[in-house]
Design a protein around this ligand. Structure first.
Ligand SMILES: NC(=O)c1ccc[n+]([C@@H]2O[C@H](COP(=O)([O-])OP(=O)(O)OC[C@H]3O[C@@H](n4cnc5c(N)ncnc54)[C@H](O)[C@@H]3O)[C@@H](O)[C@H]2O)c1
Ligand SMILES: [Zn+2]
Length: 361
């Protein structure tokens, strides 16, 4: 085992984030230091189960943990109230009490669903995130936002519940299909646009293990600081939604056939281009963002009209009455929040979809 980075997310209570190699084989001993004695319910998905469930279960059992496991079907379609209900029934049938814990082994779907279940089972028990996708490693495993999708839109039912620890084993990234790896890069680019040139430059490098480790480390440091400043998203934390108003609309319009990461890539471009067209952002910013996304073969053009996206977005939870707040990238490392009447959202999306401000500019 090689622990390459050991951060603490400074919320109340603070929790450790370990990044390294060989962590899953040693999950039992690492988790014992954090949770002590308890029963463990391990939640994973059908793809991750065939790759890593046995390794993690064996390590936990070797460290003396009684483990029961529950496997959900892989994919965004499992992030729903039906699967949540099944997980809760499973926790009850496994006899978990308030002192016990859930482990989320998987990507953002497993993390969001298992975190939600841990957050409401017995009014909240502890959980640990073992992210296995780049997206979960750079973003969703930290911060405690847990949710499921409703027919009306993404993440519409959920809660805030911080994990007790995050163990990020970068060896898992080796088995990711490249499309799923690229999804994670989209969230890393989002964080880079907010945090500044150093992370942005890293995102332009080939996605080798050493680069990915550095990207994960920097993304989680940035996210940890933002989450610590505003754990329940009442102010600053809203910046982490950069690109997500159009992204969630794209996911909804596509019937969730477009992945979250791909939708985020298109959403980042829409907000940057809208910022440029409307005079809020530095000229050339869209081109810079498109170049880094295309370097990871991420899509930069949304296959929907502004009117469709605006209608979908206005069903989204971030709408407050007659106004909507958007995060606009000004330049790499700088952003601004713009609150506009909901009636103007379509025009902003139309600006973001304008053809003449092509990426080649
Ligand atoms: N809570 C948050 O703060 C937050 C932040 C960003 C995104 N999200 C959510 O995260 C979800 C997307 O997460 P995701 O992109 O990780 O998707 P995912 O969890 O569906 O994983 C993508 C695919 O990769 C497979 N997989 C996972 N790990 C693997 C591995 N190591 N090797 C091979 N295959 C593997 C999964 O089975 C799945 O088929 C969305 O629902 C999004 O809303 C939440
Ligand atoms: Zn996201």
């Amino acid at each position: 085992m090689d622990i390459m980075s050991n951060q603490v997310i400074p919320v109340d209570p603070p929790y450790p984030v370990l990044i390294g190699q060989g962590l899953l084989c040693h999950a039992g001993e690492l988790i014992r230091e954090i949770l002590g004695d308890c029963r463990i319910a391990l939640i994973t998905d059908s793809n991750v189960a065939s790759l890593y469930l046995e390794t993690v279960t064996r390590s936990l059992e070797t460290s003396g943990y009684p483990v029961s496991s529950w496997v959900i079907p892989a994919g965004e379609a499992s992030k729903n109230m039906g699967e949540l209900s099944l997980v809760l029934e499973f926790l009850a049938e496994s006899g978990l009490d308030r002192t016990d814990a859930v482990i989320a082994l998987g990507g953002g779907v497993v993390g969001d669903l298992a975190g939600f279940a841990a957050g409401c089972y017995l009014r909240g028990i502890r959980y640990v995130q073992l992210p296995t996708t780049l997206l979960a490693a750079v973003d969703s495993s930290v911060g405690g936002k847990c949710a499921v999708d409703l027919a009306e839109g993404k993440n519409l039912a959920g809660l805030f519940h911080q994990p007790s620890a995050v163990l990020c084993d970068i060896d898992c990234l080796a088995t990711l299909p490249w499309l799923v790896l690229a999804d994670g890069m989209a969230e890393a680019v989002k964080t880079a646009i907010l945090s500044g040139d150093e992370l942005f430059a890293l995102c332009r490098r080939p996605a080798e293990p050493s680069v990915l480790r550095e990207i994960i480390d920097r993304c989680l440091t940035f996210k940890g600081e933002v989450v610590a400043a505003d754990p329940r998203e009442q102010g600053l934390r809203r910046i982490l939604n950069l690109g997500h108003t159009p992204a969630h609309a794209i996911e909804l319009c596509s019937g969730y056939t477009v992945s979250h990461g791909q939708a985020v890539a298109m959403g980042l471009v829409i907000m940057a281009r809208a910022g440029e067209v409307l005079g809020w952002s530095e000229p050339g910013l869209t081109g810079k963002i498109c170049a880094v996304l295309e370097h990871h073969q991420l899509p930069v053009r949304a296959p929907f009209q502004a009117a469709q996206l605006a209608a979908a977005a206005l069903r989204d939870k971030k709408r407050k009455g007659t106004q909507i707040t958007l995060v606009i990238p000004v330049r790499i490392g700088e952003w601004v929040e713009k609150t506009i009447p909901v009636t103007e959202l379509e025009a902003v999306f139309a600006a973001g979809l304008e053809e003449f401000h092509d990426c080649s500019n």
